[in-house]
Write a protein that binds this ligand. Structure first.
Ligand SMILES: *Cc1c(COP(=O)(O)O)cnc(C)c1O
Length: 372
């Protein structure tokens, strides 16, 4: 990936909007990448908007569709779920608070899945946009996007999915998925950070959220990040080319990890669905443990894991996603998320399984002392 990016960080420094030949060279790189990504997503190049990443794509989808829906159809209702990434949920909350939209959250089951029936019951003629996450970043759960999209289409409501986490491992053909808007971000599939794109189906109109020059057909102002865009296209090409092979590798390691942790740690529970989940993703709650302390201890031992809780000035808050699927806040604080990647090896999984029980035991006893 780096090799295709480097020329655009060096001698090919043109601005794609410039008329001279250096500019045209940069424009050709951007448009070539747009065609490459469009082919991988099964859409037309004109249906893609380059952005600064997953968060911006989510923002543009929600704000752009909500504002346009209000202008065109007097639509003021936004439907999303309690298990979205903050880029969707905080945007929807802001649209409600500052712009007066009515925000409604769809119910999810214990694995964080939305049902078609629940969606159909709540869609209304004045629904401006429905946004449902494709694969969850915290609990790995995959939503039935194709069926949910079909229901939205039948009701004539624009349907957005946040596929930022999904794009590294799941099919992203926008027609197969029945989506009108779809966000991806390059760094979740080994691409550069700070670049993403938003698919916007032809016929779906959006208000821009960033105004200025006429780039991206007037839908997103600002000079394109040429090297990052070229890198994103290459990273997505490699991802789709190796999808099956990588997923098999991920699944085998992930399943060994889940089996090992379930056997070794008393009281541990897998979060999300055991089956309908991202192949590389394992997530748990471990009673009696503070997830942030656990992640810090694992980091010292050389393992980069995460927890769902955000530690703000010493008072950790449970993850909204975990409380959203009905977990007790105290249990949600003991969350652990482990993902495997292309370079992960079996002996690294075994190494983690070897040290984890003692770490959990130590953290449990210090937590016990604190409570007494
Ligand atoms: C990472 C992530 C985002 C945010 O993407 P950035 O490129 O980091 O802005 C949004 N949604 C999901 C599901 C993610 O995993």
């Amino acid at each position: 990936m780096l090799d295709v990016m480097l020329p655009y960080l060096g001698e090919r420094f043109g601005n794609p909007s410039s008329v001279h030949s250096w500019g045209q060279e940069a424009e050709a790189a951007v448009e070539g990448s747009r065609e490459g990504i469009a082919e991988l997503m099964g859409c037309s190049p004109t249906e893609l908007i380059f952005t600064s990443g997953g968060s911006e794509s989510d923002n543009l989808a929600l704000r752009g569709a909500a504002w346009r829906g209000r202008e065109e159809r007097n639509a003021n209702h936004i439907l999303t779920t309690p298990v979205e990434h903050e880029a969707v949920l905080h945007t929807a909350e802001e649209l409600a608070k500052v712009h007066g939209f009515e925000l409604e959250l769809l119910p999810v089951d214990a694995a964080g899945r939305v049902s078609v029936e629940a969606l159909q019951e709540r869609m209304r003629p004045d629904t401006a946009i429905v946004s449902i996450i494709y694969a969850n970043n915290e609990i790995g759960t995959i939503n039935p996007i194709r069926e949910l999209g079909q229901a939205c289409r039948a009701s004539g409501v624009p349907f957005h999915t946040d596929a930022v986490q999904a794009a590294s491992q799941l099919p992203i053909d926008v027609d197969e998925l029945n989506v009108d808007l779809m966000s991806i971000g390059a760094h979740k599939f080994y691409g550069p950070k700070g670049v993403g794109c938003l698919f916007v189906r032809e016929g779906i109109s959006l208000d821009p959220t960033q105004t200025g020059g006429g780039q991206e057909a007037g839908r997103r102002a600002g000079t394109e990040n040429v090297p990052n865009i070229v890198g994103m296209c290459e990273a997505l090409r490699i991802t789709m080319e190796q999808l099956h092979e990588n997923n098999t590798h991920f699944r085998s390691l992930r399943d060994a990890l889940v089996r090992g942790i379930t056997l070794a740690i008393e009281g541990v529970r897998q979060t999300g669905s055991a089956q309908v989940r991202l192949p590389n993703h394992a997530s748990f709650v471990i009673p009696g443990v503070d997830g942030n302390e656990l992640v810090a201890a694992l980091d010292l031992a050389g393992y980069a894991c995460s927890s769902g809780s955000a530690c703000k000035t010493g008072a950790p808050e449970p993850s909204r996603v975990l409380t959203g699927i009905g977990l007790e806040p105290s249990l949600a604080l003991g969350s652990l998320r482990v993902s495997v990647g292309r370079p992960t090896k079996r002996d690294e999984i075994e190494g983690l399984l070897e040290i984890l029980p003692a770490i959990v035991e130590r953290l449990r006893s210090t937590m016990q002392v604190r409570l007494e």
